[in-house]
Design a protein around this ligand. Structure first.
Ligand SMILES: Cc1cc2nc3c(=O)[nH]c(=O)nc-3n(C[C@H](O)[C@H](O)[C@H](O)COP(=O)(O)OP(=O)(O)OC[C@H]3O[C@@H](n4cnc5c(N)ncnc54)[C@H](O)[C@@H]3O)c2cc1C
Length: 420
């Protein structure tokens, strides 16, 4: 029931052309793209700052995109490649980099294709977006958590605790469910559902995996530059290359994140995986035998530490009851056992870490109900979606931010076209 104080404090009905929910990378880019002429645009943001998650990305360095031709980039989003096609062409990785370069922030490409700001600071990416919004007179309403969105005959009413706004169009850019402390608490799913949309169950993607083997815990924090993970899922063979890091519960890092995308949301029972810890070495046994032959008096663990971290070799020796002795005293069988573990370490994956710890959410607004050429809802005219709230996730390496920027850009441009 309304009481007199709620009537007194509520500011009701400012008229706008476009109301965007969420000032993450998707919402901010949408506003920039929609802002031409004298369009009245507001962004509701529940936090007191914009882009809180953006500031954490890439270890606060912000891996904002990945280098490559649009077609190669699009393929990496499988199974969502067809859906992302239009928006990636609309704002490709190169166009995104040009946008920042034109505003004084150059980007650099690392060896693996990941793109970062030259300054190595996520806050510089946030700053450029905020400066652009200020230049374009876009108002961000900070500390205003949207409670609901109601459809009217003409447009929408966006309702928050202290302010209601009417808007001709709405873009929902509220993010997913991962790292909810940054503001992405899944509100967009509720809004979309009430406006008629189906929500695909949100699950963790690009996330560390939990292994049954207890020795992983002892190795927490130990990383390997490049591994090759192989496994079979539903009788299909998969392999993933890249860095790996042991965690308190199992394994993480880019190669593991790619596997986590493959199994996101699937129910699997003790998935067996095999890790080649040294994929670059094909004749490792012979190499190690020669090395031992030349250095029989050296300690075996310190001798082999030129290949892998000492802690990992020590653990593998302990697990396989290989004594920490002089290299020359190691039996041929023991050497073969250790090399077998280096080349084919078996692990049992029992689950993924929870969605709160995932880099990104898979699931969300069903893509079959969104027009990929405009990001507009197929069910509700004037309603658009952008970013992680949509059931799209990409691999580790800048793809998720690229999708947030590209889908936001396309949604904003489409609103502008519709308003004109
Ligand atoms: C630790 C970490 C590191 C990452 N690193 C990378 C990386 O290096 N490269 C990469 O490509 N991706 C990375 N990601 C993923 C990437 O950050 C996200 O995919 C991206 O931020 C999604 O953008 P978005 O705008 O859709 O959502 P978000 O960034 O989540 O923004 C949504 C915004 O909506 C606001 N909001 C939500 N509900 C409401 C409401 N009811 N009312 C008002 N406002 C609301 C939130 O407060 C938030 O500010 C990382 C993720 C994490 C967690």
């Amino acid at each position: 029931m309304l009481n007199s104080s709620s009537i007194f404090f509520k500011v009701i009905m400012t008229e706008t052309d476009l109301c965007i929910i969420g000032a993450g990378p998707a919402g901010m880019t949408a506003a920039i793209a929609a802002c031409e002429g004298s369009k009245k645009i507001v962004i509701f943001e529940s936090n007191t700052t914009a882009g809180r998650k953006l500031l954490l990305t890439g270890g606060s360095r912000c891996n904002l995109t990945h280098t490559g031709k649009p077609d190669e980039i699009i393929r990496a989003y499988k199974p969502f490649d067809r859906f992302v096609r239009h928006c990636i062409y609309e704002l490709s990785p190169q166009k995104l980099r040009d946008f920042f370069a034109q505003r004084g922030l150059d980007t650099v490409v690392e060896e693996d294709g990941c793109v970062f700001p030259k300054t190595q600071r996520a806050s510089d990416v946030q700053q450029i977006l905020l400066e652009e919004l200020e230049k374009l007179n876009v108002k961000i309403l900070y500390g205003k958590k949207v409670k609901s969105i109601e459809k009217r005959d003409e447009g929408f009413e966006v309702l928050s605790e202290k302010l209601d706004i009417s808007a001709k169009s709405v873009i929902i850019a509220t993010g997913g469910l991962s790292w909810p402390q940054t503001g992405s608490t899944g509100d967009g799913y509720k809004f979309a559902q009430i406006l008629g949309h189906k929500i695909i169950k949100p699950v963790a993607s690009v996330v560390p995996l939990v292994a049954a083997e207890k020795f992983c815990r002892d190795l927490a924090g130990v990383g390997i530059g490049n591994v090759l993970i192989s496994c079979k899922i539903d009788n299909k063979k998969f392999s993933y290359a890249g860095p790996l890091i042991f965690t308190h519960k199992g394994i993480g890092g880019p190669a593991v994140f790619d596997l986590s995308r493959e199994i996101a949301g699937l129910s699997y029972n003790n998935l067996k995986i095999h890790i080649d810890l040294l994929p670059a070495f094909n004749q490792l046994d012979k190499m190690v035998a020669d090395l031992i032959g030349k250095n029989p008096k050296r300690n075996i663990i310190s001798l082999l530490s030129q290949f892998l971290p000492k802690a990992l070799i020590q653990t593998l020796c302990d697990e396989n009851k290989i004594p920490d002795t002089a290299a020359g005293q190691m039996s041929k069988q023991m050497r073969k056992t250790l090399i077998e573990k280096f080349k084919n370490l078996p692990l049992t994956i029992i689950s993924a870490e929870p969605i709160e710890k995932a880099t990104v959410t898979r699931g969300g607004v069903d893509i079959s109900e969104i027009d990929s050429k405009t990001m507009q809802s197929k069910l509700c005219k004037g309603l658009f979606f952008a970013g992680e709230v949509i059931n799209v996730d990409g691999p580790c390496g800048g793809y998720n931010l690229q999708f947030a920027f590209s889908s936001g850009f396309l949604a904003g441009k489409s609103v502008l076209k519709q308003l004109e």
